[in-house]
Design a protein around this ligand. Sequence first.
Ligand code: MN
Length: 322
Amino acid sequence: MNNQFIELYENIYSKIKEANKIIIHRHERPDPDAYGSQGALGEIIKYNFPEKEVVLVGKESPSLNFLFNTVEVTEEDYKDALVIITDTANFPRIDGKLFTRENYIIKIDHHPPLDNYGEINLVDVDSSSCSEMIYDFYSYINSKYGIKLTDKAAELIYVGIVGDTGRFLFPNTTTKTLKISAELLNYNFNMAETLDKLDIVSENIMRFRAFIFENYTMCYDGLAYLKVTKEDMDKYNILPGDVSNGVNLLRSLEGLCVWCFAIDEGNKIRVRIRSKGPTINTIAEKYDGGGHKLASGATVFSWEEFDDLIEDLARVVREYKK
Ligand SMILES: [Mn+2]
């Protein structure tokens, strides 16, 4: 648990207790942490309050739907529902927005808070993952109200933490992250099998990985980028989200400090930026984006504007290396 949030934990818990129906959302193009935090919270509520209706919504990702399935909802389903949104920094990124102003909204997230769209906003930027935050919340309501964690919820939290920490390799991995993860392994799930499934990629994506390694450009000492056009994605039969998922593959390149993937989506170019030290979310914010200090997203509208972004990143790298 995280003592600074006790009041928020209390407020969230009492809202959950009050509600008969709870609809849980995550962000678009869900990653393991989006699945993990949403699913684990749903599991905890379902198990401890079997009389409540818990609904998990959001477009499924073929590579992650082995974890659980979501359901289709209509506007009517939101009548008198409590809405909880996990792992989503800002309103536009919420997957599925059929709720209205009548709905009470709770935000639980670990990204820098661009947009506190909830009535309650539980935001912990020091947490490795939103899944870790769900564990913190559980841990509090466990000690205070005897709420239990199921094996499935433990597995989902573990998956979310593994996803957002890059298997405990990224600097967001803290002693608390590892303690919680160790605790989760006491539950009954097949960790090795689940992690294997998380790692499976289709053959076209495997071949696209070769494209990444062949085509990135080292444009400045410590700064690299990859441009991916619509034609490239057609050739490999992959989606922009598949490209984004590959961004960490460059991480182990010698001398690399900051890198990004620019993905041409037709009307805009989405840029996924990663850093091993320099703060890059300030640059992302300049280009219609944002995110974490070391992992951000931006949007540009031409390759000329992308060159400007690269110039800004090069400056940040230069300053960092001084
Ligand atoms: Mn996350």
